[in-house]
Write a protein that binds this ligand. Structure first.
Ligand SMILES: [Zn+2]
Ligand SMILES: [Zn+2]
Length: 77
């Protein structure tokens, strides 16, 4: 028989750069494609009526959903 060793494993948090935003913590808004505004409608002449994007509120970027805006992902190994 062998001894069952109960070595305490320490989980070390390792910070890794987010692959999605590459450490930026934000990514271009997928709704307006980083423009900050979207075409809401067109007037009688066919001119586009642009308005503030509802997805990013005109900020052009949204918080990265993968890292939550941190830019890093904490992994436990
Ligand atoms: Zn947007
Ligand atoms: Zn990210």
């Amino acid at each position: 028989m062998w001894e069952h060793k109960q070595g305490k494993k320490k989980e070390e948090p390792v910070k890794r750069r987010c692959h999605r935003c590459r450490g930026m913590g934000r990514s271009p808004c997928p709704i307006c494609n980083g423009a900050g505004e979207v075409i809401k409608s067109r007037d009688i002449l066919g001119k586009p009526i642009v308005g503030r994007c509802e997805g990013c509120f005109g900020l052009k970027y949204i918080r990265c959903t993968v890292c939550g805006g941190e830019g890093f992902l904490t992994e436990y190994i």
